[in-house]
Design a protein around this ligand. Sequence first.
Ligand code: 6PG
Length: 483
Amino acid sequence: MTIDNTEGARAQIGVTGLAVMGSNIARNFARHGHTVALHNRSIAKTDALIAEHGSEGDFVRTETIEEFVGALQKPRRVLIMVKAGDPTDAVIEELAAAMEPGDIIIDGGNALYTDTIRREASLRERGLHFVGAGISGGEEGALNGPSIMPGGPKESYAALGPLLESIAAQVDGTPCCTHIGPDGSGHFVKMVHNGIEYADMQLIGEAYNLLGSALGYDAGKIADVFTEWNGGDLESYLVEITAEVLRQTDAKTGKPLVDVIVDAAEQKGTGRWTVKSALDLGVPVTGIAEAVFARALSGSRQQRKAAVGLASGVLADKPTDAAQFTEDIRQALYASKVVAYAQGFDQIAAGSAEYDWDLHPADLATIWRGGCIIRARFLNRIKDAYDENPTLPSLILAPYFRDAIETAIDSWRRVVSTATLLGIPVPAFASSLSYYDALRAERLPAALTQGQRDFFGAHTYERVDAEGKFHTLWSGDRSEVRA
Ligand code: 6PG
């Protein structure tokens, strides 16, 4: 039903930016009984939403920002669903000028968390609440229940939380939405979520490539393998849709659709942001980085074209026991996925410490169980692990994951070594395994790195048997001095 805006301020929430994500979220609010004020730069989108979906709930049609803000109950709550970057700043400015202290602006786009920190600080000075909320689940999730990661001031959550929780996905009666922490923490957590999404997708891609290249399976047969895997520990949204994509036939050629899609993966930037932030924080998110670089490499079309036919030096026969190798790939996928999540949670812990956010990993695992792109059965296990030990040094040290990797380790090594001998690229499988091996090593070659640094730059080193910093007089008599 469309409510005439002359009826005064009666909408519980306003949504501005009515492209697909914005309109689906607005409909989701309306379907849950909230009156939703609608605003868009061009009124045509607002009218189209009302014409097509007006019967789903109560919408207030508004044309100007003043009218939009005037339609909202206090404290006013406005969700911005516009393009990240300058368009977001422009809308915030317009809204802020029309709003009053105590009102809440929520940015539901994929904003860079440092922008969110800046915006939150500047709006706070004007008495307004700014909430950067990561929203995951794509178009379908926006309509039927996304996972929502709101940051911003805790006080604002009292007025906002129940609304957001009502439209979020629910798992075991728990909404996939909770207050993440102050200022930009919601968008930071969403960014890392996307980084994990990249790693997960890359690992699935490597598994698909191995099944095709090492075992000669076609897309349909690989789809069946993924469907079977989805019935076990790997059960997840991404594994489920992988089978669906692989099963799709191209209407034009009759071939599997995946075989006619150009093999150059694009990226909008959140994976890259995750890696940049990890570099700044000094956290080795090797799986995510490999995934970002693998997309970049796939897109280097000219170089790739020129390199086709370079020596491969194949040193192994293809696996003869297809069932065993398929199981090996499943195990390698699972173990590598554990590493990717472990690294993502490390980055979240580092971000939390750097910005003093006091983030709770168990809460994140809880709200990622449903609605979002990385939703997966094993998030229950991650939640259990952090519930049991909130200061777990690494997810792979939790008893459940430690055992899972112990079960998978031989398969994991067989997959990486076979792929290497056959010349099949497995950057994420291989780097995850190397990360695991490095983490569990008693000694690393970093000792030599320290020696070299001291040699050429007098950068000093620590000793295993004494406190303090030391330097060897490399160009003198090579005795050691305390630095
Ligand atoms: C989500 C998705 C969503 C979007 C990605 C795609 O959680 O709903 O992550 O945010 O689909 O940003 O990212 P790329 O275009 O970079 O693959």
